[in-house]
Design a protein around this ligand. Sequence first.
Ligand code: HEM
Length: 227
Amino acid sequence: MSAVTTSLPVRSEDEAFLASPIGKKVVMAVTGAALFLFVIAHMLGNLQIFMGRDKLNAYAELLHHNPGALWTARIGLLICALLHVVTAIQLATLRSKARPVAYIKKGNAGSSYASRTMLMSGPIVLAFLIYHLLHFTFGSAHPDFRNDVYHNVVSGFQRVPVSIAYIVAMVLLGLHLNHGVWSMFQSLGVAHPRYTPALKKFAMAATAVIVAGNVSIPLSVLLGLVK
Ligand code: HEM
């Protein structure tokens, strides 16, 4: 008896897992968690604006002091952001192909609402990020950019439309994080019916803190509390 051979391409288990919808959800969850931690750390750093010009500028100076660490973090974040966006597009494509099946399944209204919200808020957060980098990092979208982070933030937010755009973007970021943190727990298998209310509350509370912390900066500049 001759052995049966096959010429099908052989995939490693890891490759097959990453190509599966569950693998893609894990990629979304892990990269999302890294971006979420960055957003919290970034907000805590930025809140030092309330401690005055010297404090905020010393913090910015410290970050730029070690280019090796700075670029490692930047490249890590960029890879996470790219993987997050590309995988989101792949999952949305898979979901739209599977739609005829989803329609006859009961009880999917919540998840399709969540995924619609993510697909609306995700691209807006990405657009915000591109503008934000041009505004505060590269300075090309800032009318008076200097080597002085405190000045750049205060003079940037003294323009009402700019502050309003930031505040709207932060609310949409909040919507994105609220759903994102909750789906992260589900994708990583942490969610269990017993913990669902607690995990949902955690996602909501963490999001509220991030939105409030970030919105407080443009709002305080607009109100003249920080100048
Ligand atoms: C009102 C809220 C925010 C303020 C006041 C703010 C402020 C700043 C400032 C001043 C910089 C430049 C820092 C420097 O060059 O030393 C910066 C950079 C940056 N911000 Fe924000 N930010 C805010 C919200 C966000 C959010 C929500 C995100 C992500 C979704 C974000 C992502 C980034 C990134 C990726 C950089 C570039 C960091 C680097 O590699 O140098 N920021 N931000």
